[in-house]
Ligand binder design. Sequence first.
Ligand SMILES: Cc1cc2nc3c(=O)[nH]c(=O)nc-3n(C[C@H](O)[C@H](O)[C@H](O)COP(=O)(O)O)c2cc1C
Length: 212
Amino acid sequence: MKVLLVNGSPHNNGTTFTALKEVEKSLQAEGIQTEMFWIGNKPISGCIGCMACAKLGKCVIDNDTVNQFVLKAKEADGFIFGTPVHYAAMSGLMTSFMDRAFYSASCSGNKEIFAFKPVASVICARRAGTTATYDQINKYFGISQMPIISTRYWNMAFGKNGEEVQKDEEGMQALRMLGKNMAYYLKCIEAGNEKGIKKPEQEVVKFTNFIR
Ligand SMILES: Cc1cc2nc3c(=O)[nH]c(=O)nc-3n(C[C@H](O)[C@H](O)[C@H](O)COP(=O)(O)O)c2cc1C
């Protein structure tokens, strides 16, 4: 079983990376394979709403890390998405990344890339905006039928950089527990699969827009 950890910071080796590493160590100690994926610090376009993904099976914008991630996501059994807080929200790069990764998977009929796979967020900030960001990022998971894994506090750690965040002892402990909890639920899902428990049958989607 493999968990993909996504570093949504423009810093390859900063606070978010350090926090994700704490979760990763904990997952590995439970026998879970891991891979760290950095979204990069080059421009990532927002979704332009062209719907080309419905025909192409991937996002039409192919010059950044979004399609690379979606390919890897197909093989993953679980996800940890980390982001720094920028103005009490996800980083702009991460917002564009998440919009296009989730929208292109959904609109191209590849919802199984994310559906029923356990997921958790890791939110990093110097001081404030973590709970708003936690609410924001969880929206992608809720609409995608992903079981959201929690820990003993909300999934956040504080620090200005990788060195500082390691001093947030309560945060680090919550992140270690998050890795253990994710491993536990992955093992439960595996046991369920071995018992032959099937995923729920899907109804045909009804679109009832508010204005007709
Ligand atoms: C554009 C920008 C906006 C920021 N906004 C906030 C904020 O709203 N609240 C906060 O606590 N920290 C804010 N920060 C600080 C970062 O969240 C913090 O330094 C974090 O540890 C950086 O993580 P990273 O090293 O993974 O990028 C902001 C930083 C930047 C660059």
